[in-house]
Design a protein around this ligand. Structure first.
Ligand SMILES: Cc1ncc(COP(=O)(O)O)c(C=O)c1O
Length: 387
């Protein structure tokens, strides 16, 4: 089945629910058992207590598992909960963890605070390291964490080469696949063992729900992961699971439009004299383009660019007058967003030095000509204020 067909059907079982197309929202903590025998056999019941899952969360998990090509998925309350719980499930005191230096900043924070306190040593590596990661792997390296591309600097990682080296040394590979959304990138088919995903972004797609998804490539990992996540008490709420599954149904039409619009905006930005650099792997001259072409089937609406002018007053003149681009931390919704970023500050293993003001744009589903007009007026305000 092709992904677009799968997105319309996976996880749905209408005739288990009176023919209703979408799985209902099961609000549940207590589940009743009809007999003592059924109660005693709780281990065989799929639905037994709200925290352990409901038909609503199972439907979402089934659909995401099929999309990612995994063995099983666990839905949790946010993308960060997915990342944190997957790392906790795979690590113990004394372990060494390798994390890309381009990682999402709160993931780094988690490694430097909670994981450090529990005796896990995190080392950050050059995102473009590829197979040379082998040189950093120690006997106690338990996990290599990849995020391709990084959410602020957009380097594409050679996941297959990293996974080959990691597996040779007995380490697991966890991939943050929020940018690829399980649609344009399939890390499990490229060697990753576990995929974590902020469903908050493109799965939900409407900027109104938090959702985290952990998909495991095999049965043993899935069993352990589900058990560990249960012990941490993490679960997704039924309304959120419903909204995430509803969002997922249209992801296959939304993402190509984000991609098309983002290409148009990225190409336009590249030609602007105020813009020094555009970081979007789908652009032919992007340093990650060849790897992206090899491993991805498309690109989402999120990318970066660098403004030559880093004067903050001029930046404010541009940002404060934008009509269609909101200033907000998330992405993946239908609407366009633009924020200044400071990726150099987050690095510890490598230097990311570009003169100018870094920006991160999320190109939404609006008409790209209107988005370009909004940006053009903004750049003109910036130039005027910077003179
Ligand atoms: C790449 C990436 N991973 C994980 C997360 C965390 O997701 P959430 O905000 O749902 O916790 C985000 C959120 O911005 C993200 O961009």
């Amino acid at each position: 089945m092709k992904d677009d067909t799968l997105l319309g059907h996976a996880g749905n079982a209408p005739f288990e629910n009176h023919g209703v197309v979408n799985p209902p929202v099961y609000h549940a903590s207590t589940i009743l058992f009809p007999t003592l025998e059924a109660f005693r056999n709780v281990g065989t019941a799929k639905v037994r207590y709200g925290r352990r899952g409901t038909p609503t969360s199972y439907a979402l998990e089934e659909a995401v598992t099929e999309l990612e090509g995994g063995h099983g998925t666990i839905s949790v309350s946010s993308g960060m909960a997915a990342t944190a719980s997957a790392l906790l499930a795979c690590l113990k005191a004394g372990d060494h963890l390798l994390v890309t230096d381009s990682v999402y900043a709160p993931t780094r924070h988690f490694c430097e605070t909670t994981l450090r306190r529990y005796g896990v040593k995190t080392e950050y590596y050059e995102p473009l390291v590829g197979g040379d990661i082998a040189r950093l792997i120690r006997p106690e390296t338990a996990v290599v964490f990849v995020e391709s591309p990084g959410t602020a600097t957009f380097e594409i990682q050679d996941v297959p080469a990293i996974a080959t080296a990691a597996h040779k040394a007995g380490a697991l590979v966890i991939a943050d696949n929020t940018w690829g959304a399980g649609y344009y990138f399939k890390p499990l088919s490229k060697g990753a063992d576990i995929v974590v995903h902020a469903g908050t972004k493109y799965v939900v797609g409407h900027s109104d729900t938090m959702m985290g998804l952990v998909t495991c490539g095999d049965a043993a990992l899935y069993k352990q992961m589900r058990d560990d996540i249960q012990s941490l008490g993490m679960c997704a709420g039924p309304d959120d699971a419903y909204l995430a599954l509803r969002g997922l149904r249209t992801m296959g039409v939304r993402l190509p439009r984000h991609y098309e619009n983002a290409m148009k905006v990225a190409r336009w930005l590249k030609e602007r004299p105020e813009v020094k650099q555009v970081m979007y792997p789908a652009l032919e001259d992007d340093p990650g383009h060849e790897l992206w072409k090899r491993d991805f089937t498309g690109a989402c609406g999120l990318f970066g660019f660098v403004l030559r002018n880093s004067d903050q007053k001029a930046l404010a003149a541009m940002m404060d007058g934008l009509k269609l681009h909101g200033m907000g931390f998330s992405w993946g919704g239908y609407e366009s967003l633009l924020i200044p970023t400071a990726p150099a500050k987050a690095r510890s293993a490598t230097k990311w030095e570009v003169d100018g003001q870094c920006m991160r744009i999320h190109v939404g589903l609006e008409d790209p000509d209107d988005l370009i007009a909004d940006l053009e007026a903004g750049l003109e305000r910036m130039e005027k204020a910077g003179k």
